[in-house]
Ligand binder design. Structure first.
Ligand code: CUA
Length: 321
């Protein structure tokens, strides 16, 4: 809509366009107020300066109209910016239909990128233009923050839990990834690239016959297991299958069938949405939120599954419907 302020940094996502409109208006109103306030200050300094030894500042009482009007207009603007910002932010973080999910694992000092089709990359993300993207992020060690300036999106990456970052890119091209949270010696080297491709090129990239010009790593190798397939193997090798069925039948724990995204009732009657964070918590700390009607007998898997394996297992659970 408006784009007067930040032409030096491309706005390459829907969020960036919204942010740019908001920020431009905010900047210009701020500029106007700054110049106005300073101008009045300078004018008064000259107008009411001390002209002689006997010069006395006159007694000037306050003015109800000016006070009321300034408080009123400031309040209106604060309200307008609040509602505008709230609406844009809600739209940016809202889940969308047909989201393309990518897992990100931050660690000192790089980004591991896991694709659903099985290929992993370091510091390089490949995206189709125009498709809603959901990054499902976690950290192996300390707090990081995933930041793509050209998309105007940033999200903390937290050890022990999942955070999401959603965006829709609008222009094919190359963009930067930064870590925006100081995380140790090589924090400033924790950088990467986003390659946004036209949807047709992205399909070719998936098929392994196309690579963006400056990409260091190649396309997806055909022999890789998909994340869900790898997760099915984790389900076997970590013996999840001893207690959890995938066909809906009751063994010792809840069946995986239709579990992801469902509402589970806890022992205390509380309802919990079965999302990535709940599944992970139930693997690492099973006694914390027990599903009603199941005995407290699941062993603790903390330290027995890597972050990659947890992501694969969750990807598998999503396919068991
Ligand atoms: Cu990771 Cu700073």
């Amino acid at each position: 809509m408006f784009s007067l302020a930040m032409n030096f940094l491309p706005a390459a996502s829907v969020a960036a366009e919204k942010f740019e409109s908001f920020f431009t208006i905010y900047l210009w109103i701020g500029t106007l107020l700054f110049v106005g306030t300073l101008g009045i200050g300078i004018y008064w300094a000259i107008r009411y300066r001390r002209r002689s030894e006997n010069d006395q500042t006159p007694y000037i009482p306050h003015n109800y109209l000016v006070e009321f009007a300034s408080v009123f207009f400031i309040s209106v603007w604060v309200a307008v910016f609040f509602v505008w910002g709230w609406q844009d932010y809600s739209a940016i973080i809202a889940p969308q239909a047909n989201e393309y999910e990518i897992n990100i694992i931050g660690q000192q000092w790089n980004w591991q990128i896991q694709y659903q089709h099985g290929k992993s990359f370091t510091n390089e993300i490949y995206l189709p233009r125009g498709r809603p993207i959901r990054l499902i992020m976690t950290s192996k060690d300390v707090l990081h923050s995933f930041f793509i300036p050209e998309f105007r999106v940033k999200q903390d990456v937290v050890p022990g839990q999942f955070t999401s970052l959603r965006f829709v890119s609008t222009q094919a091209g190359e963009y930067n990834i930064y870590c925006a949270e100081y995380c140790g010696t090589a924090h400033s080297k924790m950088i990467g690239k986003v390659f946004v491709m036209e949807p047709a090129d992205f399909e070719k990239w998936i098929d392994g016959v196309y690579k963006p010009e400056h990409a260091a790593e190649g396309a997806a190798p055909a022999q890789a297991l998909s994340m869900a397939e790898a997760g099915a193997q984790v389900y076997q090798t970590k013996t999840c299958n001893a207690c959890h069925s995938v066909d809906g039948s009751r063994v010792y724990g809840p069946s995986f069938k239709g579990l992801y995204g469902s509402q589970a009732e806890m022992e205390n009657g509380e309802k919990v949405t079965v999302d990535e964070n709940y599944i992970r918590e139930s693997i690492m700390d099973p006694m914390k939120k027990l599903v009603k009607g199941y005995p407290p007998q699941m062993p603790v898997f903390r330290g027995m599954l890597s972050d990659e394996e947890v992501n694969q297992l969750i990807a598998y659970m999503k396919t068991v419907k």
